[in-house]
Design a protein around this ligand. Structure first.
Ligand code: PRT
Length: 225
């Protein structure tokens, strides 16, 4: 007996990308039941399985070939790729297409009262961030010595509680910075969600599923423009 090959796509289980991702898959005609709590949701009308995980796990699942495809923010993707490169792990992937949701920017922000006169005024300061690799790459490219403090959440409170001089965090509307008495001084990375693929070639049957799915995704994106 041969089992049918099923294309496996990793998506964010719950968070800022999950609603848009689910809406995209639905508009592509995929019928899936997400009411259940299973890690792997079967698509009823196509040979596709959806793996619902944390965003930060998606790049690794694709780079290690556990999933064929993933939908993830470029910020998470690039941070993971840099970290995996540093650790000697596979950090290769292919970007299939950019998606038109999840837009944000990774920016440096300082307390309102900070006298910002250009990037030189950030020399030697300490920054709280969830993105140490992206920040470190930017600092190196700009010949700045910076100290980092890794925080996985509530990054915006770090200057107020005295653990950092500034922050490097994602911004979309700017409301969080404003509410915390911070001003954006430099954007170091711009991001949106992307569809990524593992670098190993897909088997023929998975490739033919992708050949059906990809034009649908592109069509939905075009219709949204
Ligand atoms: O799933 P996991 O927990 O691992 O991932 P995550 O912590 O990154 O989850 P989530 O749901 O917070 O974010 C998922 C992805 O959404 C991010 O990786 C980005 O690609 C994208 N995205 C888009 C954002 C934002 N906009 C955003 N504004 N992610 C986070 N924010 C946060 C930001 O960190 C800050 O706290 O929103 C706040 C700022 O928003 P504004 O509107 O006040 O500027």
């Amino acid at each position: 007996m041969t089992t049918e090959a099923r294309l496996r796509i990793a998506i964010q289980k719950s968070g800022r990308l999950s609603d848009d991702t689910m809406a995209l898959l639905k508009r592509c005609g995929l019928k899936l039941n997400v009411a259940d709590r299973r890690l792997l949701a079967h698509v009823a009308n196509m040979p596709i399985d959806i793996m619902r995980v944390r965003s930060s796990d998606i790049p690794g699942l694709v780079m290690d070939g556990v999933c064929d495809l993933g939908i993830v923010g470029d910020n998470t993707l690039e941070e993971s790729a840099l970290e995996r490169q540093l650790m000697g792990n596979n950090y290769q992937y292919e970007k299939n297409t950019g998606l038109n949701f999840g837009s944000c920017r990774l920016s440096l922000a300082m307390p309102d009262e900070f006298n910002y006169t250009g990037i030189e005024s950030l020399q030697g300061l300490r920054f709280a961030t969830t993105y140490p690799q992206l920040l470190s790459r930017w600092a190196k490219a700009n010949n700045l010595d910076m100290e980092f403090c890794l925080l996985k959440g509530s990054v915006e409170v770090a200057p107020r509680v005295g653990i950092a001089d500034g922050i490097c965090d994602l911004v979309s509307t700017g409301a969080t910075l404003e509410a915390n008495g911070l001003k954006e001084v430099e954007t170091i990375f711009t991001s949106r969600a992307s569809l990524i693929q593992k670098t190993d070639a897909l088997c023929e049957s998975k490739q033919s599923i992708l050949d059906t799915l990809l034009p649908r995704i592109q069509g939905v994106m075009k219709a949204k423009e």
